[in-house]
Write a protein that binds this ligand. Structure first.
Ligand SMILES: [Zn+2]
Length: 312
């Protein structure tokens, strides 16, 4: 069955790129509503923005959704990952600014507070997307693929010249509580040289190294007082992003995602290719066996890592 939240829950913070403060409130929503954003700071016109791949404006650094009226919301990937990782299929997300608060750079705060208010089970079956044949896209030496699979799996590989990142690979079956256990607390990261470039271009204005992003500078790592949360935190974060970006399919995906140096833009290109290719994907109504294999299904509080359960 589809899920929503038991009650509303709010988050206050600044946007990573805009540096602007915003309050985000997640509200319960009925079956088949899906995930939708609503800009409450804009009075006129259509302020509703569906969290769907065909509303994505492809950008390198974050995932931005824009509706036909030009109303946008940026950096949606970490809240989308948290909702998918908790098995929340329906929510109305009110936001009084242009960008989702970055919190600590991961999905940990979102996941904890969603699970703290609780998941409400609805009486309508989940509609999901089943990948039927392989689809691959490439750009600038990066590749992203979706293969048929009876659950969602994510494989990711990254390779950076920075010695503290280097080459990292990980594979994960996203069933049930896997996202909460393995990925949700891994933070956004970037290289020092990228920070300088971004800030020169008016981006990353809300970034504070070690507080809401991990910054790598050769062998030096700015990861806060506690250091890295996982020795391979960067690749785990890329997998978190991939889950959030894949959730923009408009429902859970049964498929095997393989990302090689992939990112937001390429994952969106992959979804566009999937839905454009005749016979590559079909919408399915999940039976109990299929539902039991979805991300977040059956996730319980005690399964969430201790450091995530405790508010920062
Ligand atoms: Zn991210």
């Amino acid at each position: 069955m589809q899920n929503t939240l038991k009650t509303s829950v709010s988050f206050d913070g600044v946007g990573l790129h805009s540096g602007k403060p915003a309050r985000m409130v997640l509200h319960p929503a009925p079956a088949n509503h899906g995930i939708r954003f609503k800009r409450t700071d804009i009075a006129l016109g259509d302020t509703m923005i569906p969290a769907r791949w065909d509303f994505v404006e492809r950008t390198a650094l974050c995932t931005r959704l824009v509706n036909a009226a030009g109303v946008s919301v940026s950096t949606v990937e970490h809240i989308m990952a948290a909702l998918a990782g908790c098995g929340v299929h329906n929510a109305l997300i009110e936001l009084n600014g242009p960008e989702v608060p970055i919190m600590d750079g991961s999905s940990a705060d979102f996941l904890r507070e969603i699970m703290a208010v609780g998941i409400e089970r609805l009486s309508t079956p989940v509609r999901a997307f089943e990948v039927l044949k392989p689809v691959t896209v490439e750009a600038n030496g990066a590749q992203a693929t979706l293969l048929p699979c009876d659950r969602l799996k994510i494989d990711f590989n990254i390779d950076f010249a920075e010695e503290a990142i280097g080459q990292q690979s990980r594979t994960l079956d996203l069933r049930n509580g896997a996202f909460a256990r393995e990925l949700c607390d891994s933070r956004t990261f970037c290289r020092r040289v990228d920070v300088e470039n971004m800030q020169a271009n008016g981006l990353a204005l809300g970034g504070v190294p070690g507080r809401n992003a991990v910054v790598f500078d050769g062998a030096v790592v700015q990861a806060g007082d506690q250091g890295l949360r996982h020795s391979d935190e960067p690749v785990r974060h890329k997998m978190l992003d991939a889950l959030g970006d894949l959730a923009l399919a408009g429902g859970p995906i049964f498929g095997h995602y393989i990302g090689d140096k992939s990112g937001h833009s390429l994952t969106n290109t992959l979804l566009r290719a999937l839905f454009a290719e005749p016979g590559a994907v079909r919408e399915v109504v999940c039976d109990a066996v299929m539902t039991a294999r979805l991300p977040g299904q059956g996730l319980i509080w005690s399964e969430i890592p201790e450091q995530v359960r405790q508010a920062a």
